[in-house]
Design a protein around this ligand. Sequence first.
Ligand SMILES: [Fe+2]
Length: 204
Amino acid sequence: MKTPHASYRARTFNLSGLQGISDKTLEMHFKLYEGYVKQTNLLNEQIAAILEDGKIDQDETPAYSELTRRLGFEYNGMVLHEYYFGNLKRGADPEPEKASSFRRACEESYRDFKTWKTDFVGVGKMRGVGWAVCYQDPSTRRVSNHWITLHEVGNVSGFRPLLVMDVWEHAFLLDYAPADRPKYIEAFFANVDWAAAGERMVAD
Ligand SMILES: [Fe+2]
């Protein structure tokens, strides 16, 4: 009997016409994202194939270990891109509404929204390849911003990603020079779907 395994389908996002992030960048970025979905499915399939006879033979251990190690990279690469595209929209407001629960959580956790934003932008400008993610701790309801190296190093288990910003160079290289990441971050903030970030919060 075949070992059951998860299979994912790439989602589609209608994001043409953003400010400062070109359609060309998005098209290329969607293709990269689809690659993560494909690789995640492939890894799950290959691991299931090894488990098909109900055991991991000694000669299968190196392959099994390598496939399993890569799961963290591919899975998080897939999911973080879905959060990222999911918190962008055309015609966005530059800031969340005063009464919104996302803004209130930022204010409660950082004193004011401006300080939260300074921190998030600061994380996004950090040298290296990765992501800036604003998480909510479901137990304290507080939000905090984190640097994720690659896709898998730094995600806090159990925390909820509310706002996700890709700062890999592929996210902006067609629109800005590598040293101009701050301009891309500014463009990101011109396209944030604040309501989407708010909907990801733990219900009170
Ligand atoms: Fe990306």
